[in-house]
Each structure stands twice: as structure tokens, then as C-alpha cells.
Design a protein around this ligand. Structure first.
Ligand code: NAD
Length: 358
């Protein structure tokens, strides 16, 4: 029997071409490097030249756990390592700019973390500086590479739901932001740290919105400084719209992390398993209801991989391919500025209670 999902699975699959592989150095040995970056790189046979963290003990512990042979004593030592042409930076966002500048000066290609900067002008400065240095800069905006989302994008581009005209994201979850003390202390939280991911996927599927409206709020008695509840509305040309809601204060044990896309010939709906029990999570789900195939109702697509760690190979694979082929990574700096612009426009909208033109 013909498997209708075969081309979708192939499009969502991420493989790193052996010819594209280069040793990677890491700056930062924090939680996300430990649970996502290093396991994803190991699964694809990427070699790690070494790791640096201002907390040397932590760097040694993480290096040992993942069989990384070298711990750099300083950023300068990493920058001088000719065996590491590509550097993955995963530190506190406000430390990223200076580190990235030094590494670009040393001739490295970079994978930076989201948000590229809290300050849009500084993010743009960094993107321009990478271009000036003739180096590639990608941003680790990896939700778009998660199998459920990559498969969704493939179904949309195959025309399975006709013309998409609405995408919605609904997160009602419990996120203990206090586990990352620096995040709980940020004046801006959900949009910069979390909703930036679904916003990026909306851009991937629907393109660039013209107008945005956003509202951000805290929850009564919360200890986090920044917003933990947001609503974002994106208006595109014609009748196309996106709606995103995030609430990190679900205390009733019934979290929800759902997305849906509606088109003229069908719909796709799914869940993001990671958000049901971070960082372990559960498998994502995905189903398509298509008059084009046709599916005769909802047809489940079996999602076999996870956001953490599997999707984390996506931005790095794309960066390595771009270095080898002379192209641009999918999540290149310029592309990422468009996602970051939405974040900033939504804050402006919330602050001033107005619709903001992009
Ligand atoms: N899905 C995602 O894209 C995702 C998920 C989680 C975190 N992140 C991002 O990854 C980054 C790290 O997050 P985390 O959860 O691992 O945080 P963490 O607090 O666990 O780790 C941060 C690490 O950076 C190190 N560090 C800070 N300043 C440094 C400097 N100047 N030089 C070297 N090391 C330095 C710290 O010592 C610490 O070990 C953040 O930018 C965060 O936004 C992204």
C-alpha cells in the first residue's frame, strides 16, 4: 500500500551530509547544551573540538558526561583554536554580543541563541558585523525543525490543505521559570524566551505579517519579573491571520500545547509534547484532514522524534551545509531579525495598547 506520508517524512528528516561536517566548539555548558545541543550533535556524529564556560567546573562536568576531550580555559583560547571553525554560543543572552564579536573577529562561523539580543538595534549590528566579516551567523530557532512542525510545513507546501489562511497556537502550561533564576529575573519573559519560537514557525508557514496586536500580563502573585501570559494577533495580507496564546501558570495539572492550521482544502492540528513535562515531555502528535489527498477525516501522522533533543540538529545542519555550499542557513541572521522584529512590535503594541505596523 502506498504510504502518503513518505514524502512528508523525507522532507522533515534532517541529515548532516558527511562532507559538510566540521568540528564545533561550544561557549556555555548550561542546561540546554547538556540536554539538547550535545546529544543532538552526538546522534549525527558531529565532532566537538572543545567547550568553554565561565564556570570551569561545570564545563568539566558536561565535557566528561558527553566525552568532550577539551575544556578551554578562556574564550581567547577557544578563539585561537584553528581546529574549531564553527562555534555554538549558548550563554545568557546579554553576554552573547561581546562573545560573538570576538569570535567573528577570530574568523569563526556562529550559531547563536535566541533571542539574538534583547536590543533589536544590537541584534542588527551583530548580523551586519557577521556580513562585514564575511562569516555566517545562524540563530538556534529550532522549533521550525521539530518533526511535527517540519511535517506540517511539508504538507502545506505539498498543497494538502490548499491555501492556508489561519494558524493558531495555544499553550496553557506550567513552566517553573524559577529553575532558571536569570530568566525569572528578566523584565521581558514569555515573548523573548518562549513565544519567539512559535512566532518563528508562523513566519515559516504563512510568511510575513503586516500588522500585529499584542497583550502581555503577569499572573497574580507571581515571582517572575516579566510577563507569563501573552496574547498575540498577526494580520497578513488578505484574510490570513495567526493567533498565539501562551500562559505559563497552569496549576491544575491539565496542560495544553496545541497548534492548528486551517486552509481552503483542509486542516492540520498537533501538540508539542515537550511542553507537557519539560524537558522530558512526550511525543508530539500530528493529524491532517485533507480534501486533496483525500483523508476521509483526520489522519494521524506518527511523529517519531522530539523537539528536545532531535530538532536541535536542524539549525546546525543548515549552518554546516551553508558553510560547505556557499549558501545561507535557514535561520540566518537576517531571517531571524524578522522574527525578533515581531517580538519587539508585540511589546510595543502591548505597552501602548495599539496595533503596530511591521
Ligand atoms: N529551545 C531553545 O532555543 C532554548 C531553550 C533553552 C535555553 N535557550 C537559550 O540558551 C541559552 C542558555 O540557556 P540555558 O538554559 O542553558 O541556561 P543555563 O543558565 O543553564 O546556562 C547558561 C550557561 O552560560 C554560562 N555563561 C554565562 N555567561 C558566560 C560567558 N560570558 N562565557 C561563558 N559562559 C557563560 C553560565 O556559566 C552557564 O553555565 C540562553 O540564551 C537561552 O535563551 C534556548
Amino acid at each position: 500500500m502506498r504510504d502518503p506520508f513518505a514524502p512528508i517524512r523525507a522532507a522533515a528528516n534532517i541529515a548532516v551530509d558527511d562532507a559538510h561536517k566540521q568540528p564545533i566548539a561550544l561557549v556555555g555548558a548550561g542546561e540546554i547544551v547538556d540536554v539538547a545541543h550535545l546529544p543532538a550533535y552526538a546522534a549525527h556524529g558531529l565532532s566537538i573540538a572543545g567547550i568553554f564556560d565561565i564556570d570551569t567546573n561545570k564545563a568539566h562536568r558536561v565535557a566528561e558526561r558527553h566525552g568532550v576531550g577539551r575544556v578551554y580555559r578562556s574564550l581567547d583560547e577557544l578563539a585561537a583554536d584553528a581546529q574549531a571553525p564553527v562555534v555554538d554560543i549558548a550563554v545568557f543572552p546579554w553576554a552573547q554580543f561581546d562573545i560573538a564579536r570576538e569570535l567573528l573577529d577570530a574568523g569563526k562561523h556562529l550559531l547563536c541563541q535566541k533571542p539574538l539580543s534583547y536590543d533589536f538595534a544590537q541584534a542588527k549590528q551583530l548580523v551586519d558585523y557577521a556580513a562585514h566579516r564575511n562569516r555566517l551567523l545562524a540563530v538556534n530557532q529550532q522549533l521550525r525543525f521539530a518533526e511535527s512542525i517540519a511535517a506540517t510545513r511539508a504538507m502545506v507546501s505539498e498543497g494538502w490543505i490548499g491555501e492556508p489562511y489561519e494558524m493558531s497556537w495555544d499553550f496553557h502550561v506550567f513552566t517553573p521559570w524559577q529553575n532558571w533564576a536569570w530568566v525569572a529575573d528578566l523584565p521581558q519573559l514569555d515573548l523573548q524566551q518562549f513565544t519567539i519560537h512559535p512566532l518563528d514557525t508562523v513566519r515559516c508557514v504563512l510568511g510575513e505579517p503586516r500588522w500585529v496586536y499584542g497583550n502581555q500580563a503577569s499572573a497574580p502573585g507571581q515571582t517572575e519579573k516579566g510577563e507569563t501570559r501573552t496574547v498575540s494577533v498577526l494580520e497578513f495580507d488578505g484574510e490570513t491571520r495567526a493567533f498565539l496564546r501562551s500562559c505559563h501558570k497552569n496549576t491544575t495539572g491539565d496542560p495544553r500545547a496545541e497548534f492548528r492550521i486551517d486552509g481552503t482544502r483542509g486542516s492540520i492540528k498537533g501538540t508539542i509534547g515537550l511542553m507537557y513535562d519539560y524537558p522530558r515531555g512526550r511525543a508530539d502528535t500530528l493529524a491532517v484532514n485533507s480534501a486533496v489527498l483525500p483523508t476521509d477525516g483526520w489522519l494521524p501522522y506518527p511523529v517519531l522524534t522530539r523537539w528536545i533533543p532531535d530538532a536541535f540538529i536542524g539549525p546546525m545542519a543548515s549552518l554546516l551545509e551553508a558553510i560547505a555550499t556557499g549558501g545561507q542557513p535557514a535561520t540566518n541572521g537576517s531571517d531571524n531579525l524578522a522574527t525578533l522584529r515581531l517580538v519587539h512590535a508585540l511589546y510595543e503594541s502591548g505597552r501602548e495598547h495599539k496595533v503596530v505596523r511591521i
